[in-house]
Design a protein around this ligand. Structure first.
Ligand code: ZN
Length: 282
């Protein structure tokens, strides 16, 4: 059975981690994934046991609102220009080392939640990306063990305000506006995805496929990204890494039709699912 972790949101807007079990979500005693991973609860067999034992409270999967499966990662590290054709459509050189930037947890929203465009930007773009959730603490991680530090995978949409991104040489302010990081709908444990470099990845805007690629086209694969980041900083349980987007973003178009209120974005990754978010005006 594939192990999928979600975060159910209750009436008081509180989140609770749960394991999907058939049509039910079996709730675990954690408000967020970093807390669960910090507690050492990350063995897929234990999660499966928790789901199947019937001990935990279960709620129906349909009809409960889901938040982002990880809401407050200790860190969010994003990789820029990690697919060859996306680097060229952006008019950038293929990087020699992974390009790192960051987003903050205030940008995270869950499945179905709107991406809100504030008046401060006029050029908002989408970027479907494979999201990596770190399972345990690591520094100077050897490349050959790097995937052992990955707890699971999810879908990220690295929404980007291009006018702000390129205004001052730092990408930060164009990248981390509120609601600019949809994540979800679930985190799938890494044992279910033995090769993260063999996944179909796509994004539909209003039903039209605009991005469609394979994660095999990444310049720096997941293992290299994890090992490289860990040379710079300690990776911690629950850290989220967005691994870069394939070609097809609005930035690369001749006559860019930037995101508009009413647009629907459907990001898909093979083996993980679909992350759908509407666009709204702020
Ligand atoms: Zn990105």
């Amino acid at each position: 059975m594939t192990i999928r972790l979600v975060r159910v949101i209750d009436h008081q807007r509180r989140g609770q981690v749960g394991v999907v079990h058939g049509e039910q979500v079996v709730l675990l005693p954690y408000a967020d994934l970093p807390e669960m991973l910090e507690d050492g609860a990350f063995e897929p067999a234990d999660l499966l046991d928790a789901a199947e034992s019937g001990r935990g409270e279960a709620v129906p999967l349909t009809g409960v609102p889901l938040g982002p499966p990880v809401a407050k990662p200790p860190k969010i590290v994003c990789i820029g220009l990690n697919y060859y054709d996306h680097a060229s459509e952006s008019g950038m050189q293929v990087p020699k080392q992974p390009i790192l930037f960051s987003k903050y947890s205030t940008a995270i929203v869950g499945p179905g939640e709107p991406v809100v465009i504030p008046p401060v930007t006029k050029q908002v773009d989408y970027e479907v990306e494979l999201g990596v959730v770190i399972g345990r603490r690591g520094k100077n991680i050897p490349l050959e063990n790097a995937l052992d530090y990955v707890f699971g995978y999810t879908i990220c949409n690295d929404i980007s305000a291009r006018d702000l991104q390129f205004e001052d040489g730092q990408w930060l302010k164009g990248k981390t506006l509120d609601t600019f990081l949809p994540v979800g709908p679930a985190v799938v444990t890494s044992d279910e995805i033995p090769d993260p470099q063999a996944l179909e990845i796509s994004l539909e805007r209003n039903g039209t496929v605009v991005q469609h690629a394979s994660t095999k086209d990444m310049i720096f694969p997941v293992a290299e990204i994890v090992a490289y980041i860990s040379l710079l900083m300690t990776l911690e349980p629950g850290d989220l890494i967005a691994t870069g987007t394939p070609p097809g973003v609005i930035l690369g178009q001749k006559d860019p039709l930037w995101l508009r209120p009413g647009d629907i974005l459907r990001a898909k990754i093979e083996g993980i699912g679909e992350l759908v978010n509407p666009v709204a005006e702020g």
